[in-house]
Design a protein around this ligand. Structure first.
Ligand SMILES: *Cc1c(COP(=O)(O)O)cnc(C)c1O
Length: 444
């Protein structure tokens, strides 16, 4: 990076380590009391409520078209599973302790597209479909939305296009739901997107355009093509408030799961959530929802690969999306394909500025080790990107930075009553042959 940029960055020593590809822990020096931080943000709880109500309106349609959602009555929601064997396994393997209870949020097993993108991506498509149908007088808010599955609606949506740039999972969520509604959907996929994801999308009726370049390029071309076509809507992963709200609904829905599992979150029972971060929309939206609901009692950490820590370099430097990982001499390439993003969302960086507890980065070899651990201990398969989340609980009582954070927050005496949630962001759709390939991947 040029000298001028280095002279503008905050946390220069830390960024130097990041630029050398080292694993780091960054505690956010801009963290504020939740109420103060939220007061500066335009998005509110009422917006999350609105998104939740919209998903409820569409539930009869989803239930009809995706029978796998019958058990949840057309809601796309994932299990929260206690994983005590994994907790022991991590403690032994990494010579640490993980106090309190460890739960896995299995967005890996969300219906329809098998990743966290089934929240934001599908929500955004439904929002757009509803907007069009309302605008053209085809539906009222009080109607039974199973009519969206009728031939008349399919024919109507066939006149419109939806386009998106994706490393894979976002494309799957947008592609599958758009095609189910009848839209002409075009997914612009970066070089790191996996072949099986492209194949599956084409099978479901989406058009897939492949690039030899990274995610930013796929987004740039996709946006340009879409903007030039008045019938086309572009799903903007970097700036979309709708995507963000779809993710945020996760927090409202988890309240019931907490009650079922006997989980209390209050000043004496801190909650820690660890979420893998790509461009930032999914972890940012989930985090925002949690801060709205649980305030100062929830502590959110994002996890990124050492070669693609885009949110970390943006937040720690204070320069947000003005800087990319390439500016710091990193490749942006990682085995964690869902996290292979070089420049973070400026919108999400702004929202998280005073809400995020901190960030951790990890080397790629660890995600395969964690993947084997969770398969062997709990018999749950997750894709490699999702496994980055386990680095949070492992580092909690090990890293000096996190220990200091606990102390500073006055949590030392409360850790025995704490709850930890690594957010498993994807995996259930990974084909068997690819799973075996992953299980046999040893980078170190
Ligand atoms: C997309 C994705 C993420 C991160 O979400 P962003 O919105 O890109 O930050 C994490 N894990 C998996 C498996 C993903 O597909």
């Amino acid at each position: 990076m040029n000298q001028e940029l280095w002279s503008k960055v905050k946390n220069a020593d830390l960024l130097k380590q990041i630029s050398e590809g080292k694993e780091v822990v960054w505690i956010n020096e801009n963290l504020e009391k939740t109420a103060d931080a939220l007061a500066k943000i335009d998005i509110t709880m009422a917006d999350i409520d609105d998104a939740e109500a919209r998903l409820a309106r569409f539930a009869p349609f989803i239930k009809k078209v995706f029978p796998e959602t019958e058990p949840t009555n057309g809601l796309i929601e994932s299990p929260l599973t206690e994983i005590p064997k994994m907790q022991k396994q991590l403690e032994q393997e990494y010579h640490t302790t993980i106090p309190g209870r460890l739960f896995l949020k299995q967005d890996s097993h969300l219906a329809i597209s098998g990743s966290v993108k089934a929240r934001g991506g599908i929500y955004e498509v439904l929002k757009h479909a509803e907007d069009l149908a309302l605008e053209h007088g085809m539906v009222k808010l009080t109607d039974d939305y199973s009519i969206f599955a009728s031939p008349a609606f399919k024919e109507f949506f066939g006149k419109f296009k939806i386009q998106v740039g994706s490393t894979g999972n976002l494309g799957m969520s947008i592609g599958i739901m758009s095609a189910a509604l009848g839209f002409h959907v075009i997914v612009h996929m970066s070089a790191d997107a996996k072949q099986w994801k492209k194949d599956l999308l084409r099978q479901r009726g989406a058009e897939v355009i492949e690039y030899d370049d990274d995610y930013s390029k796929a987004v740039e071309v996709g946006r340009k093509n879409s903007d030039a076509d008045p019938s086309s809507y572009f799903v903007d992963d970097e700036n979309s408030v709708n995507l963000f709200l779809g993710y945020a609904v996760a927090a409202k829905r988890i309240v019931k799961q907490f009650a079922e599992k006997g989980i209390t979150v209050d000043a004496d029972h801190p909650l820690f959530v660890y979420i893998p971060c790509g461009v930032g929309g999914a972890p940012g939206g989930v985090a925002f929802g949690f801060k709205q609901l649980f305030g100062d009692n929830v502590h959110i950490f994002f996890i990124e690969p050492t070669q693609a820590p885009c949110m970390l370099v943006g937040m720690a430097s204070g320069l947000q999306n003005e800087v990319s990982v390439q500016d710091f001499g990193l490749t942006g390439q990682t085995h964690a394909d869902g996290l292979a993003v070089g420049r973070a969302s400026g919108f999400v960086g702004g929202v998280m500025m005073n809400l995020l507890a901190g960030e951790l980065s990890l080397e790629d070899f660890r995600i395969y080790d964690f993947m084997r651990d969770i398969v062997n201990s709990e018999d749950i398969f997750l894709e490699p990107s999702a496994c980055a989340s386990f680095w949070g609980p492992v580092q909690l009582m090990k890293s000096e930075e996190m220990k200091q954070y606990i102390k500073k927050m006055g949590l030392d005496e409360k850790m025995a009553q704490s709850v930890h949630i690594p957010w498993a962001t994807g995996g259930s759709l990974v084909p068997q042959a690819i799973r075996e390939e992953y299980m046999n991947t040893h980078l170190k």
